[in-house]
Structure formats: C-alpha cells, structure tokens
Ligand binder design. Structure first.
Ligand SMILES: [Zn+2]
Ligand SMILES: [Zn+2]
Length: 312
C-alpha cells in the first residue's frame, strides 16, 4: 500500500488530541514545559491557518494526474520544480505572526528581526515561501545570512507558514481513483523521501506492523516494501534497529553506519494527523539525543533535478 491517504480529523478533535499529548509529555518531562508552551502557540496558529486554507480555494494548478504519475515513476516528488502560485497576502501576515509567537516564546529579538524584515519587504515573502515549498534550504539559509537574520528561524517560520498549503496540495493532488496511472505510481512509491514534497521521512510510526514513514512538512504517509535505511537503502549488517531504553522497545532508532544517519521508529495506536507530527517529534527527543550521542545524524534535504517540463 505504499502511499496511504490519511483522513484529517475535525479541528476540535485535533486540538483535543494535541492537548492530551502535551499534558502527558509535560507530566513525564516537566523540564519540557517551555518548549511545549512554544509549540502550543505555534501549532495553534498552524491549525488556524490550515482551516483558512482548507476553507478557501487552492491555487489553480495545471498538473495533470498523468504528468504527476510520470514524475513519481522517475522518483521525483510531485511538487519539485513546479511554479505554484501562493496566496501571498494571507501567508505574509501569517509569517509575521509566527515571528511574533517565536519572539514571545523565547527567541526574542532574533525572531522579531525576521518579522520586521518580512513586514517591511526586506525579505520578499513570496520568494521565501516559494523556496520553502520547494524545500530549497540553501536559498533560504544564504538569503537569511545575507540579511544578517538567523537562518534556522527563517527556515522555520517559512516552513510553518507554507506547511498547511503543502498538506492541502498533497491531499488534493494525490486523490485519485484506483487503477489510474497516478494510483499505480503512488502504490509503487518505495523511496525514503516524501512523494509530495521530497522531505525525508521525519520519523516512522508503526501501526499494526506497518512501518509508516511520515513527512513532517506535508504529513504524507507511505510504507516501503523493503526494511532498509531510508536514506541510502542499506539492508545489510550496517543497518541496525535498536531501542536505547530496553524497557521501552516500542521506541526505537534505526541507525545506519553506511551513511551515518538515523531514523526514529515508534509503535503507535494511530498515526499523527497534520500538524501533530511535530508533537510526535518532540515526544521522541530523547531518541534524537541517543542517536546523536552515538554520532548519527540526519542528512540534508535531497535536491531534485526536475528538467524541462514536457508539454501535453
Ligand atoms: Zn512531504
Ligand atoms: Zn544509510
């Protein structure tokens, strides 16, 4: 079943589920309270923005399903290299709001400077968001550094702002009837990166024995037919799955000494809907620490050669 469509719960269920998870997390780890508070502020804005985007019109795109199927078959995510018109004004004000939230949540002046640069047009909001949607980390980092702004935070506010749109596009563009070329191409998707946006799986949620890779950006969900390193496909002895805490074998890391990378793998009852994968990521921060202590990391985003678009 490689690509798996996921039903999006209504807003009130989403919020209730997020609150439950934050409560459990802060009960277990009171030291994470400030981080949870900041995440609550940010995800509340994301959920509001997603409601606005879902209730409005998506950008008009000429991406015929057959064209998308051909792209996937070549291993290219569907959004890579596509000029996608963005609702610039709505998103620009959201960018500034995310900066304010981060500033209030502890990032202070560093975040405020980014908000001012966006507000005054020193950063072009449209270009920033387009670069984020096409997962172009280098352009954003270099552009931010050039303006003396924090590259990580600039990347983050753009990602938070454009994420709801990426999620809506992912769901809309991948909705197809069984038996079509697009459905076949999605069923055959067997890569470690997202078929919609090209991000690496942020983590794997294992439900009923299915190891589902999750994209933290657009929330796409897919399962590989091989048990191998998601980054380099190593299947041999260099690829090992281990539980850092022997009492909690439901929480594991897959480490690969061929490419030096790791992936968090957790057993869950149900997968996290958009945008709660960010909560799953925070719940498993100890696994990141364990992996990094052993000198494993996460590779940079993959770049895609999309080539000239075929007509027709
Ligand atoms: Zn994605
Ligand atoms: Zn590897």
């Amino acid at each position: 079943m490689p690509y798996l469509p996921v039903a999006q719960p209504p807003r009130h269920e989403l919020v209730a589920s997020a609150e439950r998870r934050w409560q459990v997390l802060t009960d277990a780890r009171p030291d994470l309270r400030p981080a949870v508070e900041l995440q609550r502020g940010l995800l509340t804005l994301v959920i509001d923005l997603a409601a606005t985007i879902d209730g409005g019109r998506l950008p008009r795109l000429s991406l015929p399903p057959k064209y998308l199927a051909a792209k996937l078959t070549r291993g290219v995510p569907i959004l890579a290299g596509e000029p996608i018109p963005l609702p610039a004004q709505l998103l620009k004000s959201s960018l500034v709001r995310f900066c304010d939230e981060l500033a209030a949540g502890g990032a202070g002046e560093v975040a405020r400077h980014i908000g001012v640069a966006i507000d005054t047009g020193r950063i072009d909001a449209g270009s920033l968001l387009t670069a984020s949607l096409s997962r172009d980390e280098n352009t954003i980092r270099i552009g931010a550094a050039h303006l003396d702004l924090a590259p990580d935070l600039t990347w983050l506010v753009a990602e938070l702002t454009v994420g709801p749109l990426a999620h809506a596009l992912q769901r809309t563009l991948f909705t197809t009837a069984p038996g079509t070329p697009l459905a076949d191409a999605l069923a055959a998707w067997n890569r470690g990166y997202c078929p919609a946006c090209g991000s690496w799986g942020a983590l794997a949620e294992v439900v009923g024995g299915h190891r589902l890779l999750r994209c933290a950006f657009c929330a796409a969900t897919w399962e590989r037919t091989i048990y191998a390193c998601v980054y380099c496909d190593e299947e041999g002895e260099a690829f090992v799955t281990a539980a850092p805490d022997q009492e909690r074998t439901d929480r594991r890391i897959e480490v690969c000494s061929s490419c030096g990378s790791y992936l968090k793998t957790i057993d869950v009852d149900e997968i996290s809907p958009f945008p709660l994968i960010a909560i799953a990521d925070m719940e498993t921060m100890d696994l990141d620490v364990a992996a990094m202590e052993h000198h494993y990391g996460r590779p940079p985003l993959k770049a895609f050669k999309t080539g000239p678009r075929a007509k027709g």
